[in-house]
Design a binder for this molecule. Structure first.
Ligand code: 6R9
Length: 653
């Protein structure tokens, strides 16, 4: 490093506040700090700003109906169609502009869809879906990797008013079956396979296995992604044959009520079964579009790239719905960042002239580890804004991203939100606020998020507490699918006062607030482990382990991990007559992969004779967490079996 570089590095290390450049502010979609007051004074009417970004067949009568809180309704009686908003309405001016730039894993395999081409594809597949029996309000499950047919199928569903439920392709056959059962979903769109690090990966068998486990009949459509490298000969419907049969057909977008379900997204919670988060057409889409406009600063002429997977909420809101609603070009990449080499992302940024990049701290930590020579080998000067999501980002990784990817020239938005919130909630507005690495920022205009103590009272600046949101917002989940009771229990029981009709949403995250109102999110306070930005419920993983022959009981916790953020540590008790050996350990790991998928794979499986339990028999996961992180242990006096702690500790060391 040159003397100048060393000085620069030192300055960066000390700096804790960063301003957006004048150049950025001048062109930003939102650059007036008055927006915070404006939204507060005119709440909930302020949310018309979001709804105005969409085209409505019929305007709404009321912005918010809170009579039956917390079952809120937004943009009451408005009517619209999400597929129309993301595709058709751009045809007048942008028919030949690119909607989706798809980059395959194999180098040089790419596809470009203009808005006109996307319109054609979406219409033909919508016609095909109707043809195989999909009706309005039927839930269509999609179990697909990052191939263009996934957003096409989502938009085709939206067109005919059939909610989709996308299941991450890395999940197991079991996970697929559970979600299809839970949603009573009779239709599946999937594919033969995809490429991972150069090799074709079979997906069709996993999909078929899942379908076999569903109690009701399922109609399946298979996309031929792999050509000769895959096999869909024995499957029910081939995607391209279906679409060919409907070549050139158009399907009138169905007018949906603002509150009609757009999609379901399953996510992990404290207890065993995944939660079917319900999002609506009007509120969700307005919110995705508004946050894409205000936070990601997306303009129609941009080439925008979110490197998440569409199988997660981030991909729904910020690869598909938000960017397409705004008529921009959204990039979609099939592969991993290190194939064929560790500069693949930078190569893509350079080739397509990407304006905004939205990625996750887990990826940034990997880039850091690989070294700055990879981004340095490419011209990244097209970038105007950077974003992160999924877990807390430590200041060191933030600064690395800011300097090495953004050339100290792009604002970095650290966006806190959840599957349930539909879109971003806490982040700086890039054209307005200063950035403070490590802290997400203030709540967005119109969002009322605070940090409170156990009683629900706001904490003093600098103290830790829990995030709480005491006003509704358009992108919020409306309920958990067919389970209103669980919706209340999970999110509203903690701080609400139903007698006074006061409702407070509890996201189950710990946080701190600074005296300037900036919020630092500390992580989950429930039994959810965040592996590389993906939520895993401890119960889900534990029941997979206990399902393995020879294992009697298990407890899993998250332990800090350099790249993944958190890794799964499993503590297990074996049944009498079995041996705690590597074979059993391997079977436990396989059990988890089969039940959930490789992302849930335990980093360590530690066999023990007992688990630390309270007198009432509840497993003390906190203690196991401390042991896994090799931290000193807090109070162990409430343990029924305090000796077990030393025993387990000696096994982890
Ligand atoms: C969008 C998404 C939600 C959980 C959330 C929190 C963590 C997300 C974060 C963050 C700190 C950020 N999280 N963004 N923590 N800073 N910028 O990730 O949704 O998969 O539902 O996860 O992720 O713990 O509660 P989801």
């Amino acid at each position: 490093m040159s003397e100048k570089d060393v000085q620069l590095e030192a300055r960066l290390e000390e700096q804790d506040t960063f301003e957006p450049s004048e150049e950025f502010v001048e062109q930003a979609n939102v650059s007036d700090a008055g927006i915070y007051d404006e939204f507060e004074e005119n709440w909930p009417g302020c949310w018309e700003r979001a709804a105005e970004l969409l085209d409505w067949y019929e305007g709404y009568d009321e912005v918010l109906n809170d009579e039956d809180a917390p079952f809120y309704e937004w943009f009451v009686d408005g009517r619209l169609n999400a597929s129309y908003n993301c595709v058709d309405r751009h045809l007048d001016e942008r028919a030949d502009e690119v909607a989706i730039e798809w980059v395959g894993e194999p180098v040089d395999e790419k596809r470009t869809y203009t808005y006109e081409e996307l319109h054609e594809e979406v219409n033909e597949f919508a016609a095909a879906l109707r043809d195989i029996g999909v009706e309005e309000d039927d839930v269509v499950t999609m179990y697909m990797p990052m191939i263009p047919e996934l957003p096409i199928a989502m938009l085709a569903c939206a067109r005919i008013g059939a909610p989709h439920s996308v299941v991450f392709a890395g999940f197991s056959a079991d996970a697929l079956a559970t979600r299809m059962e839970s949603a009573d979903s009779e239709f599946l769109v999937t594919c033969d396979g995809y490429y991972r690090r150069g090799d074709p990966l079979d997906h069709a068998s996993k999909a078929s296995e899942g379908v076999d486990d569903v109690d009701h009949d399922v109609t399946s459509v298979f996309v031929d992604r792999l050509g000769a490298d895959g096999d869909i000969s024995s499957t029910q419907y081939g995607y391209s044959e279906l679409v060919d049969e409907h070549e050139g057909e158009t399907v009138e977008p169905v007018e949906r009520d603002a509150e009609d379900m757009l999609f379901l997204m399953y996510t992990s919670g404290t207890t065993g079964t995944p939660k079917g988060v319900k999002h609506t057409t009007g509120g969700y889409l307005s919110y995705a579009a508004w946050t894409s406009h205000a936070v990601l600063d997306i303009k129609p002429d941009d080439t925008y790239w979110c490197s998440a997977d569409i199988g997660w909420i981030t991909g729904h809101s910020y690869i598909v719905y938000g960017p397409l609603a705004l008529g921009t070009t959204t990039v979609m990449y099939e592969g991993t960042p290190d194939y064929p080499d560790k500069d693949r992302l930078w190569e893509i940024v350079e080739e397509y002239g990407v304006d905004q990049l939205y990625t996750a701290p887990t990826a940034i930590r990997a880039f850091m580890k690989w070294g700055s020579e990879y981004p340095e080998a490419h011209d990244l000067s097209s970038l105007r804004l950077l974003g992160t999501v999924g877990e807390p980002i430590n200041p060191r990784a933030w600064k690395w991203y800011y300097k090495n990817i953004g050339n100290e020239n792009c604002p970095v938005v650290d966006t806190w939100w959840q599957t349930e919130t539909g879109g971003m909630m806490v982040t700086t507005l890039p054209g307005v606020g200063d950035m403070k690495p490590g802290s997400a920022g203030p709540p967005l205009p119109g969002v009322s998020a605070n940090v409170v103590d156990e009683e629900g009272d706001e904490v003093e600046a600098g103290d830790a507490g829990y995030l709480a949101v005491d006003k509704p917002w358009p992108g919020m989940l409306r309920t958990l699918y067919r389970n209103d009771e669980r919706f209340i229990n999970e999110y509203w029981d903690e701080y609400s006062n139903p007698d006074a009709d006061e409702w407070v949403y509890f996201p189950e995250d710990g946080a701190k607030i600074d005296d300037d109102g900036y919020i630092t999110v500390l992580g989950r306070v429930d039994d959810v482990i965040n592996v590389s930005g993906h939520r895993l419920g401890t119960m889900e993983v534990e029941s997979a382990i206990v399902g393995v022959e020879g294992i009697a009981e298990a407890a899993v916790v998250g332990a800090e991990h350099e790249l993944k953020g958190e890794a799964v540590y499993a503590y297990a008790i074996i049944e009498d007559g079995y041996v705690a050996d590597d074979e059993l350990r391997e079977r436990a790991i396989e059990g988890v992969e089969e039940a959930i998928g490789p992302i849930a794979r335990p980093e360590e499986v530690i066999f023990t004779d007992e688990l630390p339990k309270t007198r009432s028999g509840k497993i003390m996961r906190r203690l196991l967490e401390d042991i896994s992180n090799e931290e000193s242990l807090g109070d162990t006096s409430t343990l029924r079996n305090p000796d077990v702690v030393n025993d387990i500790q000696s096994k982890v060391d």
